[in-house]
Design a protein around this ligand. Sequence first.
Ligand code: AHG
Ligand code: MN
Ligand code: MN
Ligand code: MN
Length: 338
Amino acid sequence: MNSKQSVMTLDEFTIQELRNFPGATGQLSGLLRGIGLAAKRVNVEVNKAGIADILGEAGRTNVQGEAVKKLDEFANEQFIDALRTSIYCCGMASEENEDFIPFLDEHSMNSKYVVLIDPLDGSGNIDVNISIGTIFSVYRRITPEGTPCKLEDFLQPGSAQIAAGYIIYGSSTMLVYATRRSVQGFTLDPSIGEFCLSHPNLKCPADGEIFSINMGYYHLYDDATRRVIDGFLAKTPQERIYKHRAVGCMVAEIHRTLIQGGVFFYPAYGKYQSGRLRLCYECNPMSFLVEKAGGVSLAAAAQRLLDVQPTRLHQRTPIFIGSSTMMEGVKARLAAMS
Ligand code: AHG
Ligand code: MN
Ligand code: MN
Ligand code: MN
């Protein structure tokens, strides 16, 4: 027998998990497999984004009337299709669609979950070959199984999430997800086309070296936010030095924070007086994941982000998130009187 331990795939891992929880129905595992499949399809398109125009030209004579889709529309369609086909959720909501989408076939309607997604995060990075991602969030429905899902199923506070995660299409492609118990990271092995468990039981380091925020808005932030930023800027060579990084893709910022520690902020400013990032599609799933890994996420000095009660699907929120020790200082500076 080969003594070398083989790496577990996402499908094997989710099935294995079912053995540990005899009462489990397998619906969540089925959902994760559907999300993994859509992610692989999106990954193929992301990898050829730079040559999409060339391929489009070549295909024009053969494929009549088929418009080349923008990557974020393509990603949205892939995740909608995968979730609809999975029959393990009764509806979904996407950053790209104004209203939620109920799945009305009998199997889907009998399932207990709803899913929210940001199909392509950081889409401004596509043209310059920098990381982009997908974010997803899973809730147990409030309305009875067997009936069409309703808006209230989607408007639950982030603390009610059953699972949440992201896919990062970076120098490698990874799927990272959290349940109430743990955070697990899988890396896509292109040779077999499977996500393989590479980062089991991820924990966010309590401290880190990096702070991340769009500094271009510095003078538009309020006093409290500027106080937070100033706390990370060394004024003498003797002070502790932090590095500033800003990728322009929340998934990439959070992934780096999970692996290396650090903090990421997207506060309110100028025309975005409630912040710019979406509560239900971006901030809740990432906050759930970071908290499960030991980190902290705030919407304001005295407001845990996961406790915010959403009132609208596309609601925005400020966010301050990251390593627990660094976030203690952030919280104190946010709360301090100017
Ligand atoms: P999306 O591509 O889904 O619209 O989200 C992009 C978001 C987020 O990922 C990123 O952190 C932020 O926009 C960047 O915004 P700024 O350019 O204002 O910093
Ligand atoms: Mn986004
Ligand atoms: Mn998006
Ligand atoms: Mn967008």
